[in-house]
Design a protein around this ligand. Structure first.
Ligand SMILES: NC(=O)C1=CN([C@@H]2O[C@H](COP(=O)(O)OP(=O)(O)OC[C@H]3O[C@@H](n4cnc5c(N)ncnc54)[C@H](OP(=O)(O)O)[C@@H]3O)[C@@H](O)[C@H]2O)C=CC1
Ligand SMILES: O=C(O)CCC(=O)C(=O)O
Length: 445
């Protein structure tokens, strides 16, 4: 058995009840076999097993009272995965499906993604099995206050800097920040990112993940001499990442044919009216099928993953993990898809990813193509430390540069290690090397 095989076996045995976590680890570690051959020192330092074990996992009780006066108990988590390159950094997910496996996969992915940005940030992730959907503002506030009442002692601008993810936007970040400030008795603006711009958030953070995804996609299309303008696309999800993917895609001349939520998708042959979709989702907090009320030519189809049967040139999975399974990938290929560009974290199963690449479909790996959000979170941290703020245009220019750099670095690493134009392998290798070398320099922790 090679070192790589032994390490994977050991990690699987230690985390046998965590399928999403094992999936994320295997995907990265399979890419780095040629790197290990050139760096025998990594085996001696047992880098792989150290990298796959979070530095710290915090699990805590979150009691709160609902509007009926009932006391509800949720479970809160913070995984401080790897702090070798800076304060732990990564979002909170509030969703009923949240468990240790999902948060560990997200924390592991985040560590690699953050290294790709080139910014001085480590990796972490957190959240709770709390569902903000259908809750009043007052209930969400009480939940966030209780969550932060435990968590505040574990985070800080130089320690661990959380942000948003599924179910956590500017509203939740505001309540969390307010409670942190109250408990600390200090205005530590850089303790959370994704804050409202009126009190220390960065202009452009809200748009950054979606816009960054399009900058990365454009770099890939340019490299392959394919025109982006005039293409058709479908986007799963209709949350933060999906909406701003739609905005920038449209600006680049792409026609969005369909978008979804967890109940179903809407198809608009005239092209999705993105402004109306933002109003429906961000302002009115409606379900996606309500889009039909003002757009009678559109149709609504119920069911998870049904959207992948819509014929398109580009698929942007922007909802959640394992959204594109093998069956969905086969539908996309049968309909002639050119590219799958990942906005969500690990939205494509390993089998689906392998199938798509074997069929010549261009694929942008999430940890590279959705890194724009956390990259601009790091810019927000910088602004907060300097007590300054930048214009939207300044932030957008930084975002473009970072996304183009990630594309270039991933492509070069893929070529250097014999993978050709495989951005999945390239992104895994670049980030692995940055983390491994930083760990080697800091001793055997
Ligand atoms: N926000 C950010 O900056 C970043 C987010 N990401 C990733 O992008 C993805 C989307 O995040 P974001 O847009 O912030 O989240 P939001 O909560 O804003 O939106 C999530 C969207 O996905 C849909 N969805 C479909 N199926 C599921 C499911 N099984 N579980 C949860 N949601 C589902 C939701 O529909 P419904 O309303 O019906 O639940 C909703 O439309 C996630 O994978 C996240 O980790 C990655 C990088 C940065
Ligand atoms: O902005 C951040 O810190 C985290 C964003 C995030 O959760 C992600 O990149 O998956």
């Amino acid at each position: 058995m090679t070192y790589l095989e032994r390490a994977i076996e050991s990690i699987k045995a230690r985390n046998s009840h965590e399928p999403e976590f094992i999936q994320a680890v295997e995907e990265v570690f399979h890419s780095i076999a040629p790197v290990l051959e050139q760096h025998p020192e990594f085996e001696k330092a047992n880098i792989l097993e150290r990298m796959a074990e979070p530095e710290r996992t915090i699990i805590f009780r979150v009691p709160w009272t609902n509007d009926k006066g009932e006391l509800i108990v949720n479970r809160g988590y913070r995984i401080q995965f790897n702090g070798v390159r800076g304060p732990y950094k990564g979002g909170f997910r509030f969703h009923p499906s949240v468990n240790l496996s999902i948060l560990k996969f997200l924390g592991f992915e985040q560590t690699f993604k953050n290294a790709l940005t080139g910014r001085p940030i480590g990796g972490g992730k957190g959240g709770a099995d709390f569902d903000p959907k259908g809750k009043s503002d007052a209930e969400v506030m009480r939940f966030c206050q209780s969550f932060m009442t435990e968590l505040f002692r574990h985070i800080g601008p130089d320690v661990d800097v959380p942000a948003g993810d599924i179910g956590v936007g500017a509203r939740e970040i505001g309540y969390l920040f307010g409670q942190y400030r109250r408990l600390k008795g200090a205005y530590e603006a850089g303790v959370l990112t994704g804050k409202h711009v009126i009190y220390g958030g960065a202009l452009g953070r809200k748009e950054a993940t979606g816009f960054g995804l399009l900058y990365f996609t454009k770099a890939m299309f340019d490299q392959n001499l394919i025109e982006l303008a005039g293409k058709t696309a479908i986007i799963s999800g209709s949350g933060n990442v999906a909406l701003y993917t739609a905005v920038k895609a449209q600006e680049f001349g792409v026609k969005i044919l369909a978008m979804s939520d967890s109940a179903g998708y809407v198809y608009d042959p005239a092209g999705i009216d993105v402004k109306a979709m933002i109003d429906l989702k961000e302002v009115r907090h409606g379900r996606i099928k309500e889009y039909l009320e003002d757009h009678p030519s559109a149709k609504y189809v119920e069911g998870l993953r049904k959207i992948w049967g819509v014929k398109c040139d580009i698929a942007f999975p922007c909802a959640t993990q394992n959204d594109i399974d093998l069956e969905s990938a086969k539908m996309l290929v049968a309909n002639g898809v050119l590219a799958v560009c990942e906005g969500a974290n690990m939205p494509t199963t390993y089998e689906a990813m392998t199938y798509l690449m074997d069929k010549g479909v261009l694929l942008t790996p999430a940890k590279a193509s959705n890194a724009g959000g956390v990259a601009i979170s790091a810019v927000e941290m910088t602004q907060n430390s300097m007590r300054q703020s930048m214009t939207f245009e300044e932030v957008d220019t930084i975002l473009k540069t970072i996304m183009n750099n990630i594309y270039r670095d991933s492509l070069n690493a893929s070529i250097k290690y014999g993978y050709g134009h495989d951005l999945v392998a390239g992104a895994n290798i670049v980030s692995f090397l940055r983390i491994a070398e930083s760990m080697m320099l800091q001793g055997d922790y």
